[in-house]
Design a protein around this ligand. Structure first.
Ligand code: GCW
Length: 663
């Protein structure tokens, strides 16, 4: 059945002439490298892929012959192979068609087993996407060394903000029962170059650090290891008190430090390549160093000390906001920027892409580029907490691209300013892993764009479509276009023009711009949009919260003035009268309504274009996507009509001339 279980590793039979080409290019596999679990994984994957696409698996042979796939490490490569091995680093690879002693072969070369694994997946990707396998010449080196999934998975298998079933990790049956699905999970990640997974929720339970759970985590680590995926854990800061029976978890207390050191040693005995801890501290009620009057740096450094002897890393999250802050968007910068230079070398400060919380559109977070002495991680959300869950078709590649390539004006892009990229996973026990077919593309885009932030989202989407739905150019490109349009559509029908956080309380699904009575003011949609009789928007300019001054001077200047702020961010930074003149010639009010309408129209067009693709897609997946698009078209209207009606009730303005009344 075409249920999507195989993700982008489908390896369906190729048609002529691609079939003949693959058969000539993959007649045997030759290893110029010592045997290892990772190489066995690579060879098994190549055999599986070729068997699927060409009907016959190439055997592993000792000698080079025409049509060989030659996997080579430095010092083992046959004469005639010249590769700049050092430039490949620990993960890069080369794919090259070449003639070796008169035989045409394909070289997959890397400095490490893991590089060969990534190169093997790249070759399979080339085969699945219809590349000319006789003329390969590709060299790829990841630009960011740590590329992690963050699972917000609880130990009871509920996934916080998860819309794809339960947690994959069957804690009850582990460590003795090891589901084959864990291997498929690791394969999928390896195919994208994802090299780490934080198994448990950042809203962590101390239990995950107890001996029984560590044994379970170790069993997963054993499965993931050949595929180059390291296990990490979220650590609860109060664990010394909760588990160790200590009176305190004060990071400067010697007994607390000793507890964490012993805990780290225990973990590394079980998981020698353990990645490290991810920590959410003093954020949304989680315990942290501030409970003891200590700083984020004190807390992070104490854990870093415990991990450093083992080569481990602390990812310390910067997602903090207190009810007292006058602008929630400004707080992380205010708290963390002064700590620049105070963190231990194995601490990475993990910053969400934007200063609020994974909205359909945010400006990039002002900490990027602003903490030159501190390694930073970029945290993206693959699960679509604020973008219609797994029900709405929203492709995140363009959102990821926007933030990765954003110029911080501190001399680097956001991608250039980070040492790690983390994605909050959208994976669960659903047969299709991600809750919907198209949500698989968000996992895919995350991995590929984290590996190479310079990639264009559309190119990555094209690869994904070719490997999943169809490689036929016309249909493939129609799907890619639909995916590309989907991101701006959700911005338009939920939160256009820089509006943010208008979603229903708690669950964050559907519109609720009217909510103004939550226990914390900074959770209310009215806090964010500030609509009144006179205008709308959050003033973060010099006249308002001044948060715009957290950006580099050139940006602070242009975003500090409504005339030079792009319409996409206008109401993020400014509070403006309803009749403010927009570049389109419309008033702000008319522009807002036009954008909501445009969002609905785009979803309708996506549904029409998908319907026209029926002959190109298998019935099961075509019907599944159609059903979701029907919901999305209805809910885009719900968003538009509720928001416009609410803003009208506040502004007292009539609908702009020419606006269709709600259906
Ligand atoms: O996006 C918000 C979510 C919380 C989440 C928190 C965070 C894990 O609503 O569910 O908690 O952010 O990122 O810590």
């Amino acid at each position: 059945a075409e249920d999507g279980y195989e993700l982008w590793l489908r390896y369906r039979p190729l048609a002529a002439p691609a079939l003949a080409q693959l058969q000539t290019q993959a007649r045997r596999i030759v290893l110029a490298a010592p045997d290892s679990p990772t190489l066995r994984a690579a060879v098994a994957e190549l055999q599986r892929g070729v068997a699927g696409m060409a009907g016959r698996a190439p055997a592993l042979r000792g000698s080079v012959a025409p049509g060989a796939l030659l996997l080579a490490l430095p010092g083992r490569a046959p004469a005639g192979v010249s590769v700049d091995w050092a430039a490949l680093g620990p993960e890069g690879y080369v794919l090259r068609s070449l003639v070796l002693q008169g035989r045409r072969v394909t070289l997959i070369a890397a400095s490490t087993d893991r590089g060969l694994l990534y190169g093997s997946f790249a070759w399979l990707r080339a085969a699945q996407t219809g590349a000319d396998l006789s003329r390969l010449n590709e060299r790829s080196v990841p630009k960011v060394g740590l590329r992690l999934l963050n699972h917000w998975d609880n130990l009871d298998r509920h996934v916080e903000r998860g819309y794809a079933g339960a947690s994959l990790w069957d804690w009850w049956r582990l460590p003795d029962i090891v589901d084959a699905r864990y291997t498929d999970y690791a394969r999928a990640n390896a195919s994208l170059g994802i090299n780490g997974a934080v198994l448990n929720n950042v809203n962590a339970k101390a239990d995950s650090l107890t001996a029984p759970y560590l044994a379970k985590a170790a069993a997963l680590a054993d499965v993931f290891r050949p595929w180059g995926v390291k296990v990490w854990l979220s650590a609860r800061f109060s664990a010394p008190r909760e588990l160790g029976g200590l009176k305190t978890s004060d990071p400067l207390d010697p007994a607390v430090r000793a507890w964490w050191q012993a805990k780290a040693a225990e973990i590394y005995r079980l998981i020698p390549d353990f990645g490290g801890f991810l920590v959410k501290a003093n954020s949304e009620g989680q315990p942290g160093p501030q409970d003891y009057g200590r700083s984020h740096a004190d807390g992070a450094n104490m854990l870093a000390e415990a991990l450093s002897a083992h080569g481990g890393v602390v990812m310390w999250r910067a997602f903090v906001y207190a009810p007292e802050a006058k602008d929630r968007a400004a707080q992380a910068f205010d708290d963390f920027k002064p700590l620049d230079g105070q963190f231990a070398p194995n601490v990475i400060v993990q910053v969400k892409n934007g200063p609020i919380d994974f909205q359909p559109r945010e400006p990039f977070h002002p900490l990027f580029g602003a903490m030159p002495k501190t390694p930073l991680a970029l945290e993206l959300q693959i699960t679509k907490e604020y973008l219609g869950f797994s029900t709405h078709l929203v492709h995140l590649g363009p959102l990821f691209e926007e933030v990765l390539k954003a110029d911080t004006h501190h001399g680097t892009t956001v991608a250039g300013a980070v040492k790690a990229i983390a994605g909050v996973a959208n994976i669960g026990t659903d047969r299709n892993w991600s809750g919907s077919q198209f949500d698989q593309a968000n996992w895919y885009a995350f991995g590929r764009q984290a590996w190479d932030p310079d990639l264009a989202a559309a190119d990555v989407a094209r690869e994904w479509v070719a490997q999943t739905f169809t490689a036929r150019p016309a249909a493939r490109d129609a799907i890619v276009a639909l995916m590309a349009d989907s991101r701006e559509a959700v911005v338009d029908y939920m939160t256009p023009l820089g509006l943010h956080h208008l979603m229903g309380t708690g669950h964050h699904y559907g519109p609720a711009p009217w909510v103004d009575n939550l226990e914390r003011a900074d959770w209310n949609p009215t806090y964010f949009h500030r609509a009144s009789r006179s205008g709308i928007g959050f003033d973060r300019s010099a006249r308002g919260s001044k948060a715009v001054a957290q950006y580099a001077p050139a940006l602070a200047r242009s975003w500090g003035d409504p005339r030079t702020t792009p319409p996409e961010l206008l109401l993020w930074f400014h509070h403006l009268p309803w009749d403010h003149a927009m570049p389109s010639g419309r008033t702000l009010w008319a522009e807002l309504v036009a954008r909501y309408d445009r969002g609905v129209a785009t979803v309708d067009s996506m549904a029409r274009r998908w319907a026209a693709l029926k002959p190109d897609i298998d019935p099961q997946r075509h019907a599944e996507v159609t059903a979701y698009l029907t919901v999305q078209a209805r809910e885009a209207r719900w968003w538009r009509d509720a928001c416009i009606a609410y803003f009208q009730s506040v502004s007292g303005l009539p609908l702009p001339a020419g606006t269709r009344p709600p259906e």
